[in-house]
Design a protein around this ligand. Structure first.
Ligand SMILES: [Zn+2]
Length: 124
């Protein structure tokens, strides 16, 4: 891959990383706030069971999102490391080239489309 292309992917990944980190910080605040301070406009009069149910659901959803983001962040960091060591754009399984279109759609991809499909089928 050409250097200019690598730079472009690095920028893309770094911007994405920043976005995910910000979002994660936000979610962590929500998760921590939940078992921390009492108060807040919704907490004061929680006689409404329905409201509480919604809160709980949102809490679960937030944790789920935070977990997904954590994994995603890991993949982004891995991709950045691969740019550093020069293995970016190479499939981890077959060592073939990952198609440019695939990388553009999914800059943190670590498998080519053929290997990814095989992995999803479970035929490893
Ligand atoms: Zn492959």
């Amino acid at each position: 891959m050409r250097k200019t292309e690598l730079q472009r992917f690095r920028k893309l990944l770094e911007a994405e990383k920043e976005r995910v980190v910000k979002s994660m910080t936000q979610h962590e605040k929500i998760i921590r706030g939940q078992d921390g301070e009492s108060g807040g406009p919704t907490r004061g009069h929680s006689n409404h069971l329905a409201d509480q149910g919604t809160d709980e659901y949102q809490y679960e959803a937030t944790i789920h999102t935070a977990n997904t983001e954590g994994r995603y962040l890991y993949h982004i960091e891995e991709a950045l490391a691969r740019i550093e060591d020069g293995s970016y754009g190479k499939c981890e399984r077959c060592q073939g080239k990952i198609a440019m279109d695939r990388l553009k759609a999914l800059p943190h991809a670590r498998l080519c489309i053929e290997c990814k499909e095989k992995e999803e089928e479970g035929a490893v």
